[in-house]
Design a protein around this ligand. Structure first.
Ligand SMILES: NC(=O)c1ccc[n+]([C@@H]2O[C@H](COP(=O)([O-])OP(=O)(O)OC[C@H]3O[C@@H](n4cnc5c(N)ncnc54)[C@H](OP(=O)(O)O)[C@@H]3O)[C@@H](O)[C@H]2O)c1
Length: 319
């Protein structure tokens, strides 16, 4: 009986290894479940953790989920570098936080601003233990940057540049974790997924937020493959429907769901810090647990192609 079990486990392990080498690290994982859920808060999921000596970068730190993420990581002792679109917004947000916080300006529609933000963080000369790509926008009308649909630029392409310019610091950390804030809205992407032949947004504006969130998930998946062999990981999260400013351009004053920002920040804080997730990569989480995602978001060929296209679109701004 023991022999049979041992042999079966060995077989399963070697199958997993074969799968891992064929399909990348995301396929070889057993992702632990947690006792946390939709009602858990960021403070609860980080309770008892000592993050002193660690550095986190959180984009979009002046509002909603990003602010709460910055507040709680700083409360637990991390040095949080928080980005906002203006120095005033960053300073105002930092003033409300107990702990060590450094505001940095980042405007994701302006690629020079992303380069400057990356350069400023590089001069701090510290490993980045947590890179939380959180900033995001939801639009109703078609807007474009450089001829590209704006949410694709803000939510994905801008973070692609920032990630490129900071990844050396993430891999310097003993266990660097990239957390990409996606959404269950990735299921609302257009038929076919990423619109490689027409990134202008024309013809698919109603699905454009979902398109950008699918790009978030695919970026995280491809990044996890590219980080194979390092100590660093990348995972994507859906924070839940959260009462923030995300609907400001669609229906001002309305909230997008039942979670408070304290609850909305829990999954990304959990994935960024929890010891049980050491080495877990290429996964998708909601309510502090592994979650179902669309076939498009697990499409490795689409993820690889998105990476290549993103590189082409941003080449002059990459290191
Ligand atoms: N709330 C939800 O129900 C929900 C659900 C699923 C996913 N999400 C995701 O969660 C993340 C955080 O959103 P939230 O709900 O906290 O919304 P929020 O309160 O509107 O915060 C969004 C943050 O992103 C920043 N941002 C927007 N456009 C930017 C740009 N061009 N350059 C740099 N920063 C920019 C905002 O800065 P300003 O304040 O200066 O505009 C703000 O700091 C987003 O990625 C969103 O897609 C939210």
């Amino acid at each position: 009986m023991f022999d049979l079990l041992t042999r079966r486990r060995l077989f399963e392990n070697s199958s997993l290894l074969a799968l891992a080498s064929a399909f990348g690290p995301a396929f070889s994982q057993t992702v632990p479940r947690s006792e946390f859920g939709a009602g858990s808060t960021a403070e609860e999921v980080t309770e008892g953790l000592d993050l002193s000596g660690k550095t986190a970068v959180v984009t979009g730190c002046n509002s909603g989920i990003g602010y709460e993420t910055m507040r709680v990581l700083a409360l637990r002792g991390a040095h949080v570098i928080g980005t906002a679109r203006s120095a005033e917004k960053g300073q105002e947000a930092a003033a409300g936080v107990t702990g060590r916080v450094t505001p940095v300006v980042l405007e994701l529609t302006d690629f020079d601003s992303i380069v400057a933000c990356g350069d400023q963080i590089q001069t701090m000369d510290v490993p980045i233990d947590m890179l939380i790509l959180n900033a995001g926008v939801l639009l109703k009308e078609l807007q474009q940057v450089r001829g590209l649909e704006m949410q694709f630029v803000v939510n994905h392409l801008g973070h692609f540049i920032l990630g490129n310019r900071l990844m050396n610091r993430v891999t310097e950390a003993p266990e660097g974790r990239v957390v990409v804030v996606g959404s269950t809205a990735h299921r609302g992407a257009p038929e076919g997924g990423i619109q490689f032949d027409n990134l202008s947004g024309e013809g698919w504006i109603r699905q454009s937020y979902g398109h950008s969130k699918l790009a978030n998930g695919l970026y995280s998946l491809e990044l996890s493959s590219r980080l194979a062999g390092t100590q660093a990981t990348s995972n994507c999260v859906h924070p839940g429907g959260v009462r923030t400013n995300i609907l400001r351009n669609v229906s001002p004053g309305q909230s997008s769901g039942g979670k408070s920002p304290e609850q909305g920040a829990a999954t990304q804080c959990y994935v960024a810090t929890h010891p049980s997730l050491a080495g877990v990569t290429g996964q998708y989480f909601a309510d502090c647990n592994p979650a179902e995602q669309s076939d498009y978001q697990t499409d490795e060929a689409m993820a690889a192609r998105l990476w290549e296209v993103s590189e082409e679109l941003t080449r002059d701004y990459l290191v």
